[in-house]
Design a protein around this ligand. Structure first.
Ligand code: SME
Length: 169
């Protein structure tokens, strides 16, 4: 249990077999967690924790922020990660440059993939934008092949949208 703004917040376990229902419930929990706070680091930190604990079969969940022309690691859960990523490099830099979610079934087959944790096999990276300005990316890794699909993309894009709105941009 965690005290958020002096209110108890407990991550509820959610049934994952119905993915769209899972993401609807996760979005509600995320909204409860972010309401009332606008700081981008604070909200990214709590969101990384919520996602990492709620999503099954993930090994790294976190944020990179766009700063001075490159991506700089932000709040995350998982093993230590590479600190700076250039636009267009790796899965994160590709998602940021194209402003398009990347779903990678097998990172070994992705030309230019940046290895942070050798256990990672599949990955999803969702760009974070506000009024066409790049804010950063949300990156999630799994040790399973093909862990992420279009339902994850839709669900995580909705959560990223909530995050952007929480910042009050
Ligand atoms: N694999 C990413 C780098 C970040 S880590 O996975 C945390 C990439 O290729 O951009």
């Amino acid at each position: 249990m965690l005290v958020v703004n002096h209110v108890m917040f407990e991550i509820q376990s959610i049934e994952f077999s119905n993915k769209s229902g899972f993401y609807e419930e996760l979005l509600l929990q995320a909204r409860g967690l972010l309401t009332g706070e606008h700081d981008r680091v604070a909200n990214a930190a709590n969101l990384a924790s919520l996602l990492h604990h709620a999503l099954p079969d993930v090994i790294w969940t976190g944020f990179y922020f766009y700063l001075d022309g490159e991506l700089l690691v932000g709040p995350f859960q998982g093993k230590p990660a590479c600190v700076r990523i250039k636009l267009g490099e790796g899965v994160c830099g590709t998602a940021a440059q194209l402003r398009e979610t990347q779903i990678i079934e097998d990172v070994h087959a992705f030309n230019g993939h940046i290895v942070c944790d050798v256990a990672a096999i599949s990955e999803i990276v969702v760009p974070i934008t506000s009024n066409d300005e790049l804010v950063g990316v949300l990156d999630i890794d799994s040790a399973s092949h093909g862990r992420f699909d279009d339902d994850d993309r839709k669900g995580l894009e909705a959560i990223v949208n909530l995050y952007v709105h929480s910042l009050g941009y």
